[in-house]
Design a protein around this ligand. Sequence first.
Ligand SMILES: CC(C)(COP(=O)(O)OP(=O)(O)OC[C@H]1O[C@@H](n2cnc3c(N)ncnc32)[C@H](O)[C@@H]1OP(=O)(O)O)[C@@H](O)C(=O)NCCC(=O)NCCS
Length: 196
Amino acid sequence: MKIYKCNISDVTQNELDTWFHTMSEERRNEVTRIVNEKKRTSKIVSDYLCRKAVSEFCGVAPNEIIFLKNDFGKPYAKNLPVHFSISHSADIVVCAVSEKEIGIDTEKIRSFNPKAAEKFAAEKELEYIRSGKNGFFEIWTLKEAYFKCIGTGLGANIKSIAFEIDDKTICCSDNKFLCSFVDIASGYICSVCERQ
Ligand SMILES: CC(C)(COP(=O)(O)OP(=O)(O)OC[C@H]1O[C@@H](n2cnc3c(N)ncnc32)[C@H](O)[C@@H]1OP(=O)(O)O)[C@@H](O)C(=O)NCCC(=O)NCCS
């Protein structure tokens, strides 16, 4: 597994223009419709990072890669033996690439409504969230990474999976998956989940 990251505030206009023109026509049209500049930039960087990751992993030229999506929106590279996942939060874009199914999620640490945790966390997870400083974002990103790994995204069954975190050892209730935290930048929590 390899993780790629980019801080969008470090990207030059020249790079953005180049990366924009490497995207598919469909993605260019999608991006052009985004009004918020930061979100637009983040989408272009996302496409670039995925191309770079898949290109280096498979040894193919970035502009030869065709991205497709499954029925739930999970992206994959056509006819290439590789899995990848992408996440954006604030200024950071991260991409995880692997020969196994993989999911990644990052969140900038910010203030949150503790009540919101009840929507996605099971009772034991709530205890962990109440006891630790960043538990809210740790559990949140682990769940997002898991559902991105299996490719369904977040659905109604968000509480069907549970995590136990003990001194940074992470135990996923579905033991076919190995999950961990990745240190990507100060002020962010990032989780990655890989099928074993
Ligand atoms: C869409 C979703 C997969 C991730 O959304 P998110 O965390 O808001 O956004 P992220 O930036 O982390 O991830 C976006 C990327 O996920 C990818 N993605 C979309 N659907 C996906 C799926 N079914 N499986 C895996 N990846 C998916 C996309 O490639 C997208 O990147 P791109 O737009 O640059 O191509 C999904 O989990 C979702 O609906 N989230 C809603 C947020 C929520 O309710 N969170 C509750 C806390 S647990």
